[in-house]
Ligand binder design. Structure first.
Ligand SMILES: NC(=O)c1ccc[n+]([C@@H]2O[C@H](COP(=O)([O-])OP(=O)(O)OC[C@H]3O[C@@H](n4cnc5c(N)ncnc54)[C@H](OP(=O)(O)O)[C@@H]3O)[C@@H](O)[C@H]2O)c1
Length: 274
């Protein structure tokens, strides 16, 4: 249990996941507040026992931690709306909004604000997310520890020391679940075309991804060696991998992630202070 009061501005999917993760880690519901204009979002969070309100300033007032969990296009208005409350209580501000720079947030919230910018991903909903955090120089050691604890409540959390790297993180783990879903969709369709019943093809594809991901994470062996071990000379896997290589699979992944990274930079430029 932490004992710090945490306020979520925006009570959608990510706020719900984080609040659920914190409660599972032993945080008290009495220490968690959420503000959201939507009555149904508030009701969903109130069912967890946390305090909910439609008023962002009320949620933020006196909180030690403020999590900005609104869509990027709402960030400017949301930050300006809580500027005075933030100046009064000087909380640690954690933003999970994609593409909104700490420079923009500092301009909207006040230059002395301690800000951690974070890029989580959707498996956070199952407490199996991957989040990468970046802290501005105003963030103290204890605040860094708290930010880590908050994001770790929904999965793996790591830090980068250059904000620019969050574009690469967005291209890898932020958008990454969709790449895996695309691969699963393609494997499922190919399995069906080879005669498997759709339900079986779907389950085999996802179970295979789950098992392979666990092997990649839990052992000492890297993915190149893991692939080599499944690829017997002259066998079926070798034939399939050759087709992947010949059709430019690696180049395709490189190009797709490069495009995602470029788009992340464009979105950050669009969200610049003004
Ligand atoms: N979901 C992901 O996988 C993921 C991954 C990485 C980062 N993120 C980031 O996390 C943030 C939240 O994503 P999400 O999926 O949780 O979005 P979401 O489900 O749409 O939640 C945002 C909530 O904020 C509410 N809201 C709108 N304006 C507000 C305001 N001025 N003050 C307070 N609340 C307001 C929204 O209400 P309305 O519906 O009325 O607008 C909505 O309930 C986004 O910035 C996104 O970029 C999400």
């Amino acid at each position: 249990m932490n004992g710090s009061t945490i306020a979520f501005v925006g009570g959608g999917n990510m706020a719900g996941s984080l609040a659920g993760g914190l409660l599972a880690r032993g945080w008290s519901a009495a220490d968690i507040r959420v503000s959201d204009p939507q009555e149904d979002s508030r009701a969903r969070l109130a069912a967890l026992g946390v305090h909910t309100t439609a008023d962002n300033t009320e949620a933020v007032a006196g909180a030690a931690i403020v999590v900005l969990a609104v869509k990027p296009q709402i960030m400017r208005a949301a930050c300006l709306g809580i500027r005075e409350a933030v100046a009064a209580s000087k909380p640690l501000v954690i933003s999970i909004a994609a593409g909104t720079s700490t420079e923009s947030m500092a301009a909207w919230l006040g230059e002395s604000t301690a800000i951690v910018r974070c890029m989580p991903n959707t498996p956070a909903m199952l407490q199996c997310g991957a989040s990468v955090l970046y802290a501005t120089p105003q963030v103290g050691i204890e605040q860094r520890r708290i930010a880590h604890e908050v994001l770790e409540s929904v999965g793996y959390a790591a830090w980068v020391d250059r904000e620019e790297l969050l574009h690469a993180v967005t291209a890898l783990s932020g958008s990454g679940p969709a790449y895996v879903f695309l691969m699963l969709e393609a494997m499922q369709r190919a399995g069906e075309n080879l005669g498997l019943e759709p339900g079986l093809a779907r389950r085999l594809a996802s179970q295979t991804a789950l098992g392979a991901a666990r092997m990649a994470q839990e052992g000492e062996v890297d993915v190149v060696e893991l692939r080599r071990r499944v690829t017997s000379p002259g066998g079926t896997t070798e034939r399939a991998i050759r087709v992947f290589e010949q059709t430019g699979f690696r180049e395709m992944v490189e190009a797709a992630m490069g495009a995602a990274c470029d788009r992340s930079r464009e979105l950050a430029a669009d969200a610049a202070p003004g």
